[in-house]
Design a binder for this molecule. Structure first.
Ligand SMILES: [Zn+2]
Length: 417
């Protein structure tokens, strides 16, 4: 009987459960209304990647906010030598806002987010900031103004605790992420190499709310076909039809995707010809390319260039191009260890934190930060959101604000030890 009672008591006793750590959890709760106000302020400064004036205004405001939190603030303007020009790189690129905090510890931690959005000026007038139920709506609110707000309010919590256990804490916020970071990539690579940890704050997907250890590398293959124009009615036989050659090239390269190595190669843009009754002399196309390992860029580029050698119209000119727009982020032992620590922090709130290593979908600046192989890098610490890069209205889930603030603050304190 005594044994039975003992067994019953053991079964009924609550399992040892980690509890939210104080004062961090109370501070996260207290910070939520201010974080929503910050989202409003950031959304109300339009900052499309090509809107230099809007980007400059937002950069100045972020500089003020970081300085008020105690950071030494610098603005980095990407120079010509530092800029990796892509076919769609605008003349003027947004600057990078850098805020540095000096602590008393040894660890170097970097927080990364971007202030530019995919939305052109004027979008805000049609879709103004609003809070409805448990969601806040606005252009760029999740991607990535939520990430910027997360950083600002994490810093406010550290300040409230007068916490300085890190060696250096560096905030990097660039203004060209949505156009593949032509200006900021070199800076982010250098900064990443100087840190032990990089927490990248792109939004986390609504509902799942996980973090990411792998992102895809993004490339672009292009074809430019030059033929010869001729009158389509009088003497078409004198022409060399660039559209026909392009169609042939697209068809013979439409099976370059490779499920085994998870290389994706898809034609997404094409155009050709100018006038109905003229045999077209020019046709162009570009394909979206995704890889999970950096070496696969070489593999797919070689296959593509090999394949296009076989022409249908022998004397048309076929020019193939290949751009490496973004490197992939690959999971490492160090980033997996970091993810386990993040999961332990979430468990203190009784929450599960999914960790994604699939590398599916988008590419981000986390990969540039990881390029040196030195820091442990994890992505998607931002607030949970939905609708980014789509015609649907973008929103942030307000219920994700407190757990995300708690996670980032605790993780900085944990990584500092
Ligand atoms: Zn983003």
């Amino acid at each position: 009987m005594r044994t039975l009672i003992f067994m019953l008591a053991a079964a009924l006793a609550p399992a040892v459960q980690a509890a939210p750590q104080e004062p961090v959890w109370s501070l996260a709760q207290k910070e939520k209304p201010a974080a929503i106000e910050t989202l409003r302020e950031l959304v109300n400064i339009e900052s499309g990647s090509r809107d230099k004036e809007g980007l400059d205004r937002l950069a100045a405001r972020l500089g003020e906010r970081l300085a008020a939190l105690g950071a030494k603030v610098e603005f980095y303007e990407p120079g010509a030598a530092d800029t990796y020009r892509l076919f769609d790189t605008p003349k003027e690129i947004g600057k990078v806002v850098v805020g540095r905090f000096q602590g008393s510890g040894a660890r170097r931690i970097m927080l990364l987010a971007h202030m530019d959005t995919v939305y052109p000026r004027g979008t805000l007038a049609r879709r103004p900031f609003r809070v409805e139920g448990a969601r806040a709506y606005g252009p760029g609110i999740a991607d990535d103004k939520g990430g910027v707000a997360l950083i600002l309010h994490t810093l406010a919590m550290l300040k409230a605790m007068d916490y300085r256990g890190y060696g250096t804490l560096t905030v990097v916020i660039n203004g060209d992420e949505e156009i593949s970071s032509p200006g900021a990539r070199a800076f982010i690579q250098r900064a990443g190499a100087e840190h032990d940890f990089v927490f990248s704050c792109e939004p986390s997907p609504a509902k799942e709310g996980g973090i990411t250890l792998a992102t895809s590398g993004v490339g672009q293959a292009t074809l430019t076909v030059r033929g010869k124009s001729a009158h389509a009615g009088v003497n078409p036989e004198l022409g060399r039809n660039a559209i026909v050659e392009l169609a042939h090239q697209i068809l013979q390269t439409s099976d370059l995707s490779d499920a085994g190595s998870r290389i994706k190669f898809n034609w997404t843009l094409a155009s050709g010809g100018q006038t109905r009754n003229v045999i077209p002399e020019l046709a162009t196309a570009s394909a979206d390319v995704r890889v999970n390992r950096i070496a696969d860029f070489d593999v797919i580029e070689k296959r593509f260039r090999e394949r296009v050698k076989k022409q249908r119209i022998a004397d048309a000119q076929v020019e193939a191009g290949f751009e490496r727009r973004r490197a992939p982020l690959v999971a490492t032992d160090a980033s997996r260890a970091l993810a386990r620590r993040a999961q332990a922090v979430y468990a203190e709130l009784g929450l599960k934190l999914p960790v994604d290593e699939s590398g599916n979908g988008g590419g981000t600046d986390a990969a540039f930060a990881a390029a040196s192989g030195k820091p442990a890098v994890a992505e998607s610490f931002g607030f949970a959101g939905f609708g980014y890069h789509s015609s649907e209205e973008e929103y942030v889930e307000l219920d994700s604000i407190e757990p995300r603030l708690y996670l980032m603050t605790r993780l900085i304190m944990d990584a500092s030890r």
